[in-house]
Design a protein around this ligand. Structure first.
Ligand code: GCU
Length: 681
């Protein structure tokens, strides 16, 4: 039997979007919970009791009066307000929210729905207890809403402990062992549940020797983590190394067609489920950037994925098989190889061959989490495969949590993209059963995410995965309300307006001062921070811009280039192919053009580069100035204010560095001066 749940509170760690204040509206009231004996119902009871103990309300006993009822619809003894609401099926995670006759009600078919309904009331705050509220039904649009951690147990000599992590060490492991006190993991689970996330992969997709053993002799550590996530409805997944049968099983092969290999995976997976009955499944990076995979045995990715899917199927698990497969040792002299084509070329022909419990996980763009990329054509090319889209909440290419860069507007564009044109399904509909996945930005930093304002990205990821149609600015407003609890007075209004002013447009600001017009990269090789225009130009990585004295950009057309535009269905295959129709923001992704080419905006490419880089750096300075105005007026905690202020200094410095390197580079290449005569070096 599970021990009763206690609500986690961790000293010295910022409460993010669940500060005690956020529970005042619920906690000050009388709350009736009508649920079952499941652990998740226990969590709802514990949350209600915790809020009420803090804010003077009370947990109502049956028969006592109440202001809010949280009830399982299956319960026999529904009070009349709730019974009257019973309507359409809500599913395993959905809930219904209403307010009638002075009583607010949350109704769910299953305990997870009750938990999500509870957090919906937290988000609403006082508004949940005002006036009348006609019944609203809430169900997650996507079945799977998952965060992938790129955490290692050991500290990797190049990547550190968390690969591409900018928030300190891992919240799971320290000094080679699991943290002794896992309360923080429970607190993390709670934060995620409040956004709607229901799955977490705990370790890096590059599975090194120590971490590979999490599957076998270190499985108890995964089980211990699962025990912290479980009370908040989150299933734990594990990244596994494709060559495990060799490294851990003592076999001489990992060939998916070999019976001994298949039997090893089946046995090993059985042991995993014996230890963690609700284990989610595996995540696999295979034949990618040096990781082992099925190619070594002349098998394809469906063979590899299906082998693991078969091992997981008897237990209800899934394998997330990543489509991030490309040649990272290409010859830069060879203009016919195009990294953007790789995922489609490898995976599209396999459509229909993957098992039902295999999910092909596709990065949102064809290259690698750039600030601006076209949406990956793989998503449109596999109608008979469960597809998940992978985003990067950790800001590897978007400022590494030193720059303010609110990413929800980009994600929302991706999720709303319609491959087949207006009126046809959007990406969010294509990935209904596969889901949305993101690389987490969390570490053992006091603010969870290094940059305190980067918490908004984590929050927004969960909210968009639940409802991809939400407005990113509205999500940000929700996050501000919960995290900073601004009052209705002048100060509160000012704080809200300041944060919106800093964050609403920050992704576009970042885009303006970094690589222009969708061409991507131009970052320092290795760590990927700061500008280095030619840093990757003569490397094997396949990320080139081809700037010369006449022009810049990658010709990916069918007519004269790599043919990548042909991976899109109509209308986009034609829109992107056409120099006249291609959207400005992706022009250099698809076309190589002269510097004098005139954009839809009316300015030349070279002048656009100058204008946006001056504007972007100026906007970074404005963001800093907005924050500075809050200093000392008591609206935000002084320590948090100071942390953000320091980071903004770095953002402004870095934006100027980007501006000057990019502008100087293109001025020197093209010889075309800035029409407005500004300083270029
Ligand atoms: C990027 C990133 C790597 C990561 C890889 C992946 O290339 O820089 O650190 O391993 O993506 O997604 O697998």
């Amino acid at each position: 039997k599970e021990p009763p749940v206690t609500v986690p509170h961790v000293d010295d760690v910022h409460p993010a979007w669940l500060p005690p204040e956020a529970f005042r509206a619920i906690g000050a009231r009388r709350v009736l919970v009508l649920a079952d004996g499941s652990p998740l119902s226990g969590t709802v009871r514990a949350e209600v009791a915790d809020a009420c103990a803090r804010h003077g309300g009370a947990v109502a006993a049956p028969g006592e009066p109440y202001d809010l009822v949280l009830a399982l619809a299956s319960g026999g003894s529904l009070p009349p307000e709730a019974a009257a609401l019973k309507g359409p099926e809500l599913g395993p995670e959905g809930f219904l929210l209403a307010r009638t006759g002075g009583v607010s009600a949350v109704l769910a078919d299953a305990p997870a729905g009750l938990l999500y309904g509870f957090f919906a009331v937290v988000r609403l705050g006082e508004a949940a207890f005002e006036g009348e509220r006609p019944a609203e039904t809430h169900r997650p649009a996507l079945e799977r809403r998952m965060l992938d951690h790129w955490d290692n147990i050991d500290v990797h000599p190049v990547m550190g402990q968390v690969e591409r992590g900018y928030s300190g060490g891992s919240i799971f492991w320290r000094d080679g062992v699991l943290h002794e006190d896992l309360t923080r993991v429970r607190a993390y689970a709670r934060l995620l549940a409040a956004t709607g996330v229901n799955a977490v992969a705990v370790n890096n997709v590059n599975v090194h020797a120590t971490e590979a053993r999490l599957l076998t002799d270190r499985l108890d550590e995964v089980a211990a983590l699962a025990a912290e996530f479980r009370p908040y409805g989150i299933r734990v997944h594990l990244s596994v190394n494709f060559a495990s049968p060799i490294a851990l099983g003592g076999l001489e092969t990992a060939d998916p067609a070999d019976e001994r290999v298949r039997a090893w995976w089946a046995r090993t997976t059985e042991r995993v489920y014996a230890a963690i009955p609700d284990f989610g499944g595996y995540v696999v990076k295979a034949d990618s950037e040096g990781q082992p995979g099925p190619f070594a045995y002349g098998r394809d990715h469906a063979d590899g994925a299906n082998m693991l899917a078969d091992a997981l199927a008897p237990h209800g698990g899934v394998v997330h098989w990543r489509a991030f497969v490309y040649n990272h040792r290409q010859d830069w002299r060879d203009r016919s190889t195009d990294r953007a084509r790789a995922a489609y070329d490898h995976f599209a022909p396999l459509d229909g061959r993957f098992r039902d419990n295999a999910i092909v996980q596709v990065k949102y763009g064809p290259i690698d989490f750039q600030t601006r990329e076209p949406v990956s054509p793989v998503i449109a090319a596999m109608p008979d495969t469960r597809l998940a889209v992978e985003l990067q909440v950790t800001q590897e290419y978007t400022g590494q949590q030193r720059h303010v860069c609110y990413l929800a507007p980009m994600w929302s564009e991706v999720l709303g993209f319609r491959f087949w044109g207006e009126g046809e399904p959007a990406v969010a509909e294509v990935i209904k059963s596969g889901g949305l996945v993101a690389v987490s930005n969390v570490g053992d930093d006091r603010y969870w995410t290094g940059h305190p304002l980067a918490q908004a990205n984590l929050y927004a990821f969960g909210r968009l995965a639940w409802d991809p149609g939400l407005d990113p600015v509205a999500i940000l407003d929700e996050w501000i309300g919960l995290t900073f609890v601004p009052g209705d007075d002048e100060g509160g209004e000012r704080l809200r307006a300041t944060l919106h002013g800093m964050m609403d447009g920050s992704w576009r600001t970042y885009e303006r001062y970094t690589a222009p017009l969708g061409v991507g990269f131009m970052v320092r090789p290795g760590h990927h921070y700061g500008p280095d225009v030619d840093g990757y130009e003569y490397t094997p990585w396949g990320t080139y811009h081809f700037a010369d004295r006449d022009g810049v950009g990658v010709d990916r057309t069918r007519a004269t280039g790599t043919g990548y535009t042909g991976q899109y269905p109509k209308p986009w295959s034609e829109v992107y192919e056409s120099l006249a129709e291609c959207p400005d923001e992706l022009l250099l992704f698809f076309h190589h053009v002269p510097y004098g080419h005139v954009l839809h905006s009316g300015v030349t490419v070279i002048q656009h580069i100058y204008d946006t880089h001056f504007a972007g750096a100026e906007e970074a300075a404005e963001i800093r100035a907005l924050w500075a105005k809050l200093e000392g007026d008591g609206l935000v905690d002084p320590a948090l204010h100071a942390r953000v202020r320091e980071l903004l200094d770095e953002q402004v410095r870095s934006a100027e560095e980007w501006r000057d390197q990019i502008n100087s580079y293109f001025y020197r290449k093209s010889g075309v001066p800035d029409a407005r005569g500004r300083t270029i070096y």
